[in-house]
Design a protein around this ligand. Structure first.
Ligand code: OGA
Ligand code: MN
Length: 191
């Protein structure tokens, strides 16, 4: 996984999260959606933040430690991954931030980079998918655009982890024909 990340700027791992944890996280994301606890994601930073559904159509909720057993288990696993990344790639990652993301059918996220112009702390992006029995024909792929290489479409199938370099990897979320849930997160260096 780490060799691919270094060599190609991205990597994926099919069965990263245990199935029972993935199910619990999917149920939590759906429950949050059903009580209207997700917020429309915005584009830009600070005062420039606006909702632009044509650029970004997901609804999100940032995770807080202690919000549920499942989230704490997930955050613990990601913290172990942070330590592994530091040990093997000497990245000096200090923290991990993450949110649930819910894309209703037809919602998408146009091609972008995860690093903000005024904040270069985000170093490695991580996305974990929560969708059981996803079929490629249902759309919703994460499309990576590695520089000088072919684009890569990754289906958002439950338990799958995708890692990529936040500063370099252009990527987009294609529209789907069914609800699409994920946990997006960023390993950060201290500013
Ligand atoms: C993001 C993002 C990808 C995905 O939230 O910045 O690119 O597959 N998500 O959900
Ligand atoms: Mn992104």
């Amino acid at each position: 996984m780490l060799d691919n990340l270094v060599e190609h700027g991205w990597s994926q791992h099919q069965l990263f999260l245990p199935a029972d944890l993935t199910l619990a996280l999917a149920a939590e994301c759906l429950a949050l959606r059903n009580v209207d606890a997700l917020k429309w994601a915005s584009v830009g930073r600070g005062k420039q933040q606006t909702r632009q559904a044509s650029i970004r159509g997901d609804q999100i909720r940032w995770l807080k430690a202690g919000q549920s057993l499942a989230c704490d288990r997930y955050l613990q696993i990601m913290d172990n991954l942070r330590l592994l990344l530091n040990r093997h790639l000497f990245l000096g990652l200090d923290e991990y931030e993450s949110h649930f993301a819910f894309y209703a059918p037809g919602a998408s996220y146009m091609k972008h980079l995860d690093r903000f112009r005024d904040d270069d702390c985000r170093t490695i992006s991580a996305v974990i998918y929560l969708n059981e029995d996803w079929l490629p024909e249902q759309g919703g792929a994460l499309r990576l655009h590695p520089e000088g290489e072919c684009t890569q479409d990754i289906t958002p199938l439950a338990c799958r982890l995708v890692l990529f370099l936040s500063a370099d990897m252009q990527h987009e979320v294609l529209p789907a024909t069914r609800d699409r849930m994920s946990l997006a997160g960023w390993f950060r260096r201290r500013s």
